[in-house]
Design a protein. Sequence first.
Lengths: 337, 337
Amino acid sequence: MATDMPPQQPTLSEVAERAGVSRAVASRAINDAPNVSRAKREAVRRAVRELGYTPNRTARALATRRTGTVVLAISGDDPELFADPFFAQAVVGISAALEETSLHLILCLATTAHGQQRLKSLLDTRGVDGVMLMAMRGDDPAVRIALAATLPVVFGGRPLCVEPEFYVDADNIGGARRATEHLIRTGRTRIATIGGLPDTEVAEARCRGYREAMTMAGLEPYPPEPADFNESGGAAAMHRLLESHPDLDAVFAANDNMAAGAVRVLREAGRSVPKDVAVVGFDDLPIACQTTPQLTTVHQPIRAMGEEMVRMLIALLAGRRPTPLILPTRLVVRDSA
Amino acid sequence: MATDMPPQQPTLSEVAERAGVSRAVASRAINDAPNVSRAKREAVRRAVRELGYTPNRTARALATRRTGTVVLAISGDDPELFADPFFAQAVVGISAALEETSLHLILCLATTAHGQQRLKSLLDTRGVDGVMLMAMRGDDPAVRIALAATLPVVFGGRPLCVEPEFYVDADNIGGARRATEHLIRTGRTRIATIGGLPDTEVAEARCRGYREAMTMAGLEPYPPEPADFNESGGAAAMHRLLESHPDLDAVFAANDNMAAGAVRVLREAGRSVPKDVAVVGFDDLPIACQTTPQLTTVHQPIRAMGEEMVRMLIALLAGRRPTPLILPTRLVVRDSA
DNA sequence: TAGGATCTTGAAACCGGTTTCAGCTCAACT
DNA sequence: AGTTGAGCTGAAACCGGTTTCAAGATCCTA
């Protein structure tokens, strides 16, 4: 079995020779291009089968000027950033959508200066056909790098201060508004908010939704408490809020990790959730079901966002001009509010 | 600024012409190869700078027969598999280690039949220089696919029934043994185990460690209760265990997701954890700190495993012959046992 | 049956690099 | 002066495909 395998992968020339045709015809037959007689097409097919031929991806890429790969770049300043389950879900969606395609995915974590250089190098050397970029801050070097490359770029979420031409985002404002309205509807009036990292579009948008709902209801919005987008960031922010506004009866946290931290601190401080203080999160990450009580939160279709990013990128690669996409979010009522 | 950028990326020929040398010399100068006079080397450097030249990755790959990319293939039967935070951490380690390298990472989720075909195609077309494969079952098609390719393959964890030549794994047996010993040491005697998916090496190894500790202590091991490696799998298994062994006073679950499910079910059944029933998990995933009570568990250096996989693969690419690696695990005592 | 129109075909150019190798220069040694 | 050898150099081959284009074959149509 294994002994009659050729030591070296067969090449197009060998296929052509065996089929008794030129390389040009062999190439056309293999790619189902027109202008090949039935007879020769069949001969080539047979030779391919007998030799176990598969075209060399690199050679084809060089000739067609298409690498057949796209990159997902994730940018930020924390090397552990990718451990956030948010990205894993996005990757699942992206992979699923790419599966209908012959494109492969390069994953580039541009979370250090060096990582960003590597991204730049990848793009400069034309190692990919297109870019999907997830970055939060507008001044993120990766944003400049991606936009400077003469390649199609699709953004997942919008970095602050840059309105990219092509992006897929979730309806953060609407989601935050509905979350806040839910709190108001259930009788809360002293509703604080943990805003997440300032200078990011998500934080900005979710705060805006919160403020809109508050003023709409004639309530005074609290200044958003800044925090890292993780559990301990949320915990720290909650401590500060309890200090500055001990009478609050609800908290809207701009993501679930922070909400989980807030819930923990509230309980440690002897406040019952949701009885004394109601909490709403955002994202509907797995963690939302693992806290006690389970988090009421705003669901974000992360997987679908990944899929749509791929669709948008494919459209760009095909020369079309897609329009930006904002996917709906929806409130998921559980136990914390 | 942008107007004097050449519309097309400059090529090596243009650099050579501008520097007044041949392409051969230009190539050598760019690659810091010997046999180039200082003068010409400098001239080439200047031309590169002035033209903003970066070599074309694909062309270079074709000539050198090195693509400069490696693939991380994750195989299994659940398309959502990658959402497990385990993989995200492995990816963080892999990326960190690759950063010291000029290699880029292709991520291939081979979690459907079609995904596995795509992996095969990627390898057959020589789209990568090497493979890192994480698969649990030995009969996983991806394992055959990877081993059939004439490429270096490094396994992350061992699939059952296949002892790969090159792999990085965690000390599952030892970890499970120490976890069980901890339960025994704290006075438990009726210790059941939730084993995870049968036919997987992890499940097998962790059960073996459990059995070793039990027999060593003169206790009768329980038959491992099979379960999916997730929260609801653990919950279902715990229900069955309460049915069949209502008097148990401890449970060793083969991973944290299942342990979390078990804890939930126990508390719903009115058993206090750890007072009535102690629970130990495995993996030390983020979830371990989010349950109430926090999980006592076995820490597995997932990030380091990713890094070592890369090291091993690089060694293989360099023609060396590394030895398999089993990284230590350690018990992390929290509140559930 | 002559004169297009339409298909097929394969030689050769091309994609953009690397590498081999023969020829050249020049210093050192006998 | 004649050899030897080390260091540079660039023409050309090569990696393995795709695509152009001129020529040849086949089929219609008048």
